[in-house]
Write a protein that binds this ligand. Structure first.
Ligand SMILES: [Zn+2]
Length: 484
């Protein structure tokens, strides 16, 4: 596959990009790429440190005349979300099939890992070329960003002298990210009581499926007030429990705590002569929901179908009522908006997964806030609600926010260079999602950072594509910033 990107500019950036695409580097499979980065430095006599988490730091001395400039950290993550259209393909061992159409670079049948492979390629191209004028550089390649930022969390900031950091993990050219949300992942477990005497054999097993929702990333898309399939299940179950004599079989929905659940389903046992009444109730609620989400989430579908219980366990109607009430009571979506930035949520949460394991139903929630105190308060609210229902809940991981700072000499300088080059101001944004900058901000005193990157579309999907022209412009811009 070598040479597929030949002829594209900037040639060195794309040569390194293609090289890393030949090394599988999905999250948790970063050994080889990490070793490749270490070897890169060793071959060029650059000082390098590779830590236990496979993070790699490569150091480059200041160019002549740049010794007085502050040390600059360049940073990106080496892991990618590796997904393939064909479930048979093992992305842990299969190189990416990289192509381009003259405008975009993509990988046939899989995600590309432009997020954040392009950062890696930029950094290598800079480190490889002594003619590029820059202050002393510390190039930080972190691991497993996409699955909880494990690398950044483990990184020893004592290895870094720099306080100015350019993070290269943004996906929209012309937008400078200057702050991000912190987050907490929570898991709650609510116990169900088994129905004595096993299955109520005279009842029919019915499956209710909620589908057709838009879903989306729970940070960027939470502002859109889209429907959540798990919350819809709670709403349906709450009404059903209030009107019919039902027993509970199963529930499942969603795939990731940080994705708005786009489908979910549950199975219940209901008296055969109640089925037609049940269908009417569900159709009424479906009608209400479609109305409420009209223009926002138009494809919502609720289907009722016959199912079969088989050998499965059955749980009591009162457990189901408790579960339905718990889902109903749990807040979801935007909880508060920021006072200082129009259109930016201050605090939000999303229930992304529901699943039953034996006699416990687990829900997985992703909480976010631009402000630590507000996040901690929401964390307590969720815990208090879980407590009230006798559910056991815990925080499974958390990461800090990167608070927007009024004074940022790096940002000022980067804006000045941008304006010089393009005669327009870049857009400064704070995002309601996590970046490794939050973790690094906690570790580096006097942290001053901006996050930038070229246009990448549909990241984390098999449609991911990287704009060639934008990659070139951001490259030229980055070189101007470094040589400023
Ligand atoms: Zn990324």
């Amino acid at each position: 596959m070598s040479g597929r990107l030949e002829g594209l500019e900037p040639s060195k950036v794309f040569r390194f990009f293609e090289e890393i695409c030949s090394i599988p580097h999905g999250s948790y499979h970063v050994d080889e790429i990490s070793r490749y980065l270490e070897d890169f430095a060793v071959k060029r006599n650059l000082k390098v440190i590779r830590d236990k988490e496979n993070n790699v730091i490569i150091y480059r001395d200041a160019s002549e005349g740049y010794a007085d400039k502050p040390v600059t950290i360049l940073q990106g993550h080496m892991d990618m979300v590796a997904v393939n259209d064909d479930p048979e393909v093992d992305m842990d061992v299969t190189p990416l099939d990289v192509c381009h159409d003259g405008e975009y670079i993509y990988a046939k049948g899989s995600s590309l890992g432009g997020d954040d492979g392009i950062a890696v390629a930029y950094m290598l191209a800079i480190l490889d070329d002594d003619s590029i004028k820059a202050p002393a550089l510390e190039a930080v390649f972190t691991t497993n960003e996409e699955v909880g930022m494990d690398g950044a969390i483990a990184l020893d900031a004592g290895l870094l002298k720099g306080k100015r950091l350019i993070n290269l993990d943004s996906e929209e050219e012309g937008i400078f990210i200057a702050g991000c949300a912190g987050g907490i992942k929570m898991k709650a477990g609510i116990e169900l009581a088994l129905l004595e005497n096993g299955a109520a054999s005279e009842k029919a097993c019915v499956k209710v499926s909620v589908s057709g929702l838009l879903g989306g990333h729970s940070g960027e898309m939470i502002i859109k007030n889209r429907a959540n399939a798990i919350k819809i299940c709670g709403r349906l179950l709450y009404d059903i429990c209030g009107r019919f004599d039902v027993d509970f079989v199963d529930i499942k929905g969603g795939t990731k705590s940080n994705a708005i659940a786009d489908k979910a389903e549950f199975e219940i046992l209901v008296n055969s002569n109640d089925i037609s009444g049940l269908k009417v109730v569900i159709a009424d609620i479906e009608h209400e929901i479609k109305n409420e989400y009209s223009q926002k989430d138009d494809g919502i579908k609720i289907m009722v179908s016959e199912s079969s219980l088989g050998e499965r366990c059955v749980f009591t109607g009162s457990s189901l009522k408790k579960l339905a009430s718990f889902i109903m009571a749990m807040p979801d979506g935007v909880q508060a908006m920021c006072g200082w930035t129009e259109g930016l949520p201050l605090t939000s949460l999303n229930v992304g997964i529901i699943e039953r394991k034996d006699n416990i139903v687990y829900t997985y929630h992703e909480l976010r806030s631009q402000m630590g105190s507000s996040l901690r308060n929401l964390n307590k609210s969720v815990t208090a609600i879980a407590d009230a229902f006798g559910a056991v809940c815990e925080n499974s991981s958390q990461y800090p926010e990167w608070e927007y700072r009024e004074s940022s000499p790096l940002r000022d300088e980067m804006c000045r260079v941008y304006k010089e080059m393009y005669s327009v101001e870049p857009k400064i944004e704070v995002i309601h999602a996590g970046l490794e900058c939050g973790i690094l901000a906690q570790k580096i005193e006097g942290f001053d950072a901006v996050s930038i990157g070229p246009d990448i579309l549909d990241i984390h999907t098999t449609k991911e594509k990287l704009s060639i022209k934008s990659t070139e412009r951001v490259w030229e811009y980055l070189l101007r910033v470094l040589s400023a």
